[in-house]
Design a protein. Structure first.
Length: 96
């Protein structure tokens, strides 16, 4: 039986960290579709894993978006207003 995209996504995220852009390219879908799937994984009781977010970071001043609640990449740094940011990365970790 073929796994759904969300099941495949869950498997990939348990192996290593991925950015939304990497996953969108891998599955050949838009970033919006991947973000919707990630939101589903975040709130699904069936997942039994915690979504770990490695926050986006400004490449100029080093500001980390550690308190950001949205999964999408921020548009610019609030400190220096630079738009050159590393995207957030995600992986799943089992809840003990």
């Amino acid at each position: 039986m073929q796994k759904t995209r969300r099941q495949q996504l869950q498997d990939l995220l348990t192996e290593r960290s991925w950015t939304v852009e990497e996953l969108a390219l891998l599955f050949e879908v838009s970033k919006k579709v991947i973000l919707d799937d990630m939101e589903h994984l975040l709130h699904s009781p069936a997942t039994r894993q915690r979504l770990i977010i490695e926050p986006a970071q400004c490449r100029q001043c080093g500001f980390r978006f550690k308190d950001r609640k949205r999964l999408s990449k921020p548009s610019r740094c609030p400190r220096c207003k630079n738009e050159w940011l590393t995207p957030p990365a995600f992986h799943l970790r089992r809840i003990p």
